[in-house]
Design a protein around this ligand. Structure first.
Ligand SMILES: [Zn+2]
Length: 541
């Protein structure tokens, strides 16, 4: 922040009632021995005021837009717009594109040279810059994270064997589900996917590319010489199954490592976020029928199915699964992994001769698998499967599109479920506040849409902040929002009559179907997540 405004800044902040006179005097006293630290920066750490309000007011006083920025506010890939070197030199963080402008946060808006430099770079890319100011500490922490300081365990100067090992182990310790090794023009970028989001962890100079690729291929049992796309596995980490895939791009070979923890505890369905108001036993224990989970990829369908299977698992019943691949092993269950030469439908035919009570079919991808699955459901079995759709009602549409008759759907479908994963706020650092106008408007739109009322009295919401515990992300772990369609007599009739999804939805709403949006808002109101997370998945505002 601007040096010459130090004294008036403090006075003005006191006048506006943001900080006390004593706090300013203490900060000025401290500054005498720490001349390079700005007043706002000191007050941020010593005063009891709200940090977001503080930076907004500081901004207002010096004629800038102040914003409290954190790593989780970054909606864009910063390095797509400015290089890390420029970002560090100018202490600038592009964080959002809004109304055709790119919002960039600086730690010092008085440095014209820095501002002009960033402005011109962006202008050359056809983007007009919208300037913001934030605390230096926040800006630097985001830039450090980009640079890879977050992965204190990774030393890019290590020899290749050690380096690859430390990248994999760091990913495990940070609960990452995937590691990306991405060759770019001058470097290899390493990114981790944590709770569904990709984070740049570090960058390695390009001269190491051949040795890193060699090492990855050797531990994944891939052909060294082949440059075509390959699949492999790493088995040297006993607690994990690691699937590896390589793909050639213009700068080299890109590797993605998918980490699956072995012996993973199967969570209770309620723990995964299943609404407490629903009875698991009643939803998922029906002979002569099929239950289908419909959701986009990566929304936790399989995890939920495992949880249901685990719940239904008893010694006296025969449960068989056919999966691609087997992700979690469950005791007492026959799990079949379909290989390159078989497929779901051929494996299913074999299974049906083995007298199963319950069958889990990993995914319905084609008409044949759909037909056999439904037939199995009609002939004394209970079938569980997944299908790629956006919600529970759309499962019906999808089956129709695959060529399944309305009669077969109506007579066999028992329940359809949909879900979306949202990140859970970190319990150690989430910051309480009132719902803002935008959020309340979005909530009331859902109230109107479904003719319901949420109880918002005395309810607060939370912003993600970031602390040591959550790797400075502000969120930790995920929870699912669910919706469940119980295919009762009335719904069966509508399906048989070839009624539209809309008509079916209207009827379902009458008989207690709770759409994803409502379950999501309930989870926001109970403080598990916030509207920002919800909006990423459901686009409410
Ligand atoms: Zn935290």
């Amino acid at each position: 922040m601007e040096g010459s405004k130090r004294q008036p800044l403090g006075v003005e902040l006191v006048r506006r009632g943001i900080v006390s006179e004593k706090e300013v005097n203490d900060a000025l006293e401290y500054q005498k021995t720490h001349r390079d630290i700005k007043l706002g920066e000191i007050l941020k750490n010593t005063s009891s005021c709200d940090k977001a309000v503080l930076i907004e007011q500081i901004g207002d006083i010096i004629g800038e837009k102040g914003i409290l920025i954190n790593a989780n506010d970054i909606e864009i890939d910063i390095e797509k717009y400015i290089s890390l070197d420029v970002a560090k030199e100018c202490k600038a963080v592009p964080f959002e594109i809004y109304s055709g402008k790119i919002r960039v946060c600086f730690s010092d808006t008085s440095n014209r040279a820095h501002i002009d430099k960033v402005r011109l770079i962006l202008l050359n890319k056809g983007l007009v810059m919208d300037r913001y100011i934030s605390f230096e500490e926040n800006v630097v922490s985001i830039l450090n994270m980009l640079e890879g300081d977050v992965s204190e365990n990774i030393d890019i100067n290590d020899d290749t064997v050690k380096l690859v090992d430390s990248i994999i182990k760091t990913a495990m310790s940070k609960r990452a589900s995937d590691i990306h090794f991405e060759p770019m023009e001058n470097k290899i970028r390493i990114r981790f996917r944590i709770d569904g989001e990709l984070y740049t962890i570090t960058e390695i100079s390009n001269d190491k590319q051949p040795s890193i690729i060699g090492r990855l291929k050797s531990i994944s049992n891939m052909y060294q010489e082949k440059q075509e796309d390959q699949d492999g596995r790493i088995v040297s980490y006993p607690a994990y199954n690691i699937r590896v895939s390589s793909q050639k791009n213009i700068y080299g070979e890109k590797f993605v490592l998918r980490l699956l923890k072995k012996n993973q505890n199967i969570k209770d369905l309620y723990e995964l976020g299943f609404p407490k108001t629903e009875d698991v036993a009643k939803c998922f224990n029906k002979k002569n029928s099929i239950t289908i989970m419909g959701a986009p990829t990566g929304e936790g369908k399989t995890t939920s199915l495992y949880s249901i299977v685990n719940y239904l698992n008893r010694p006296e019943i025969n449960i068989t699964t056919v999966e691609d691949p087997v992700e979690i092993r469950i005791d007492g269950i026959n799990q079949i992994e379909i290989g390159a030469k078989s497929n779901f439908s051929s494996a299913l035919r074999t299974i049906l001769r083995q007298d199963p009570d319950i069958i889990l079919v990993g995914e319905i991808r084609d008409k044949e698998t759909a037909e056999i699955s439904l037939q199995a459901g009609q002939t004394g079995h209970y079938v569980l499967s997944t299908i790629h759709t956006i919600d529970a009602i759309e499962v019906i549409t999808r089956l129709r599109k695959l060529g399944i008759s309305n009669y077969d759907i109506a007579s066999t479908l028992a329940t359809t479920v949909s879900q979306r994963l949202v990140r859970k706020l970190c319990p150690k650092c989430a910051k309480e506040r009132d719902f803002n106008e935008e959020e309340l408007k979005a909530i009331s739109m859902i109230e109107e849409k479904y003719g319901i009322k949420f109880d918002l009295k005395d309810k607060k919401t939370y912003d993600a902040v970031g602390c040591e515990f959550c790797n400075h992300i502000g969120y930790i772990d995920r929870i699912a929002m669910f919706e469940i369609l119980k295919v009762d007599e009335k719904i069966k009739e509508l399906i048989s009559n070839d009624e539209s999804p809309l008509t079916i939805k209207k009827e379902a709403l009458q008989s207690g179907y709770v759409p994803l949006e409502i379950d999501g808002i309930n989870k926001v109101i109970s403080g598990i997540t916030n509207m920002k997370e919800l909006n990423k998945k459901l686009i409410l505002y």
